[in-house]
Design a protein around this ligand. Structure first.
Ligand code: PGA
Length: 253
């Protein structure tokens, strides 16, 4: 049985004080939950606040990116080993905003994934199609390409140490959510893709849904057979909303 994970992707939002408030709110709100894994991914400069405030909790924290390099002359980059060094558990990899705005390619993303795994950080690999791709019937082709980038470069074992997030680009920050059926179809497709190489690894792989997940739609999404939690953007910036989504994970576990 896969444990649900609810992870917050804060993106480039907040101040030091807001980060602390949000973390304290989440900490209080999820304190009694036993069956759901909870994680937050604040911006790099605020990770130390998560490290401090969450030290005595089961809440994990992660970065929103990681370098594809192990270390050295790479100005502005942060290595997986550095993150691991101070307690980071997860790293979001290949978010569509980075694919689109920072020109990240599948090959680069596969290297980032590998660096995370090598350092003991759990990568959360984002995959998903644009609206144009969906409307032209290319959803499966696109998400297969995203998932295969890691499969081909690192082998199926890499999915034994990571998490996948299906995030249709048209649902991110738009208020438009994939229907539970639309999401389930893609999640099942992704799992089958991995199962073709290893059924055991596919059965254990957590596949999160992301894209305008909120308290009002979380439960029915998470209830789908192949949806194992959520990667939450906008709604992760309000403690009450994020906690309500965690509760949906807890109730469905
Ligand atoms: P959203 O973002 O929940 O604001 O749609 C999700 C994400 O980009 O991870």
């Amino acid at each position: 049985m896969r444990r649900p994970l609810i992870a917050g992707n804060w993106k480039m939002n907040g101040t030091k004080a807001e980060a602390a408030d949000l973390l304290n709110g989440i900490k209080a709100g999820v304190a009694g939950m036993q069956k759901v894994d909870v994680a937050v991914c604040p911006p790099f400069p605020y990770l130390y606040i998560a490290a401090e405030l969450l030290a005595d909790t089961a809440i994990g924290w992660g970065s929103q990116d990681v370098s594809q390099e192990a270390g050295g002359a790479f100005t502005g980059q942060v290595s997986a080993a550095m993150l691991k060094d101070f307690g980071c558990r997860y790293a979001i990899i290949g978010h569509s905003e980075r694919r689109q705005l920072n020109g990240e390619t599948d090959a680069l993303i596969a290297r980032k994934y590998a660096q995370a795994v090598r350092s003991g950080i759990v990568p959360i690999l984002c995959v998903g199609e644009t609206l144009e791709e969906r409307e032209s019937g290319k959803t499966e082709e696109v998400v297969a390409r995203h998932i295969d980038a890691v499969l081909d470069a690192e082998g199926v074992e890499a999915y034994g140490q990571g998490i996948v997030a299906y995030e249709p680009v048209w649902a991110i920050g738009t208020g438009v959510t994939a229907t539970p059926e639309q999401a389930q179809d893609v999640h099942a497709f992704l799992r089958q893709r991995v199962a073709a190489k290893s059924k055991d690894i596919a059965d254990g792989l957590r596949i999160l849904y992301g894209g305008s997940m909120k308290p009002g739609n979380a439960a029915e999404l998470i209830a789908q057979a192949d949806i194992d939690g959520g990667l939450i953007g906008g709604a992760s910036l309000k403690a009450a909303d994020f906690v309500a989504i965690c509760q949906a994970g807890e109730d469905n576990a």
